[in-house]
Design a protein around this ligand. Structure first.
Ligand SMILES: C[S@@+](CC[C@H](N)C(=O)[O-])C[C@H]1O[C@@H](n2cnc3c(N)ncnc32)[C@H](O)[C@@H]1O
Length: 244
C-alpha cells in the first residue's frame, strides 16, 4: 500500500522508496534507552553518537561482526531492511527502531517471531537529518521499538518513552507485572500466575526482579502489605496463595 510520507517518499512493502536512507533517530530516544555498544547502520557524518562504535555504509555493517548491545535503526530501503533485521534477530541483544508495518514479511520473520518485547510509540516520530536538524515532516507512519533479549525488554518496559509496551517472550511473571498499573494489581497478578501455595521468599525474589520494584526501597514490606490487603491468602507461616 502506498502512503504519503516525508516529502518525495512513498512506502513499498516495509521499506521506503526514498532518495536517502539517512533518517536519524531523535537523540531523546537514544538517551532514554542507551548506552549501546554498536550501531551497525550509521551515517558517515554523525551529529551525535548512537553507540560506542559505528559501522557505516562504506564499512558495510552486514559483513562485519556484531557485538554487545546493539542499537539498530536500519536503512529502510529494500532489501537492506530485511537483511539488517535478520542480523538483529540472529544477534539477539539490543533494540531496533522500525515502522510498525505489522503485516509485512520482515515484521513477521524478524519482529513477531524474533523480538522479545515491543514498545509501540505514541504519535509519529520526526527523524533528524545528518546535519542534526529535525525533519520538517513526521515519519508518515507509526514506529515501534523492538527489544531483543530480556535485558532490552526490561529497558523498554521501564523507559519513559510515550507508548505501549507489549511483551512477546518475557517470562510470565514479567509479562503480567509489566501490564500491572499498581502494586496491588502487580501482586494480585503475580499470585494468580502461580498455582498452589507460594513461599513468601519466592514472592520477594520474583517481584524484586521487576522494574517496578527497583523504584521502591521497601519492596518486601510493600508486598506483605498488598498480600494482607487481599492480593493473597495466608495458608501457613510464610506461605501464601492467590486470593479466591
Ligand atoms: C535510518 S538511518 C539510521 C542512522 C542511525 N543508525 C540512527 O539511528 O540515527 C540508516 C543508516 O544506515 C546507513 N547504511 C546504509 N547501508 C548500510 C550498510 N550496508 N552498512 C552500514 N550502514 C549502512 C545509512 O547510511 C544510514 O546512515
Amino acid at each position: 500500500m502506498n502512503q504519503p510520507a516525508l516529502p518525495g517518499l512513498g512506502f513499498r512493502g516495509h521499506g521506503l522508496r526514498a532518495q536517502t536512507d539517512e533518517w536519524l533517530t531523535p537523540p531523546s530516544i537514544i538517551d532514554a534507552l542507551g548506552p549501546f555498544d554498536l550501531d551497525p547502520a550509521a551515517p558517515a557524518v554523525r551529529p551525535w553518537p548512537t553507540a560506542y562504535e559505528h559501522y557505516t555504509e562504506a564499512d558495510n555493517g552486514l559483513l562485519l561482526p556484531w557485538f554487545g548491545r546493539v542499537w539498530l535503526n536500519p536503512p529502510y530501503s529494500n532489501p537492506l531492511i530485511g537483511r539488517f533485521m535478520g542480523r538483529m534477530t540472529e544477534h539477539g541483544c539490543g533494540t531496533a527502531l522500525i515502522f510498525a508495518r505489522t503485516e509485512t514479511e520482515t515484521f513477521f520473520r524478524h519482529v513477531w517471531q524474533g523480538a522479545t518485547a515491543l514498545r509501540f510509540l505514541a504519535g509519529r516520530l520526526h527523524f533528524h537529518k545528518v546535519d542534526g536538524s529535525r525533519a520538517p515532516g513526521n515519519a508518515g507512519a507509526p514506529s515501534v521499538l523492538c527489544a531483543y533479549g530480556d535485558a532490552d525488554a526490561e529497558v523498554l518496559a521501564d523507559c519513559s518513552i510515550d507508548g505501549q509496551f507489549v511483551p512477546l517472550r518475557l517470562p510470565r511473571v514479567f509479562a503480567v507485572l509489566a501490564l500491572s498499573t499498581t502494586w496491588g494489581q502487580a501482586v494480585r497478578d503475580y499470585m494468580r500466575s502461580r498455582p498452589g501455595p507460594v513461599p513468601l521468599a519466592d514472592i520477594y525474589r520474583d517481584l524484586a526482579g521487576h522494574p517496578k520494584a527497583r523504584r521502591n526501597r521497601n519492596v518486601e514490606a510493600k508486598i506483605r502489605q498488598e498480600l494482607q490487603r487481599g492480593a493473597g491468602r495466608r495458608v501457613d507461616r510464610g506461605l501464601w496463595e492467590a486470593a479466591a
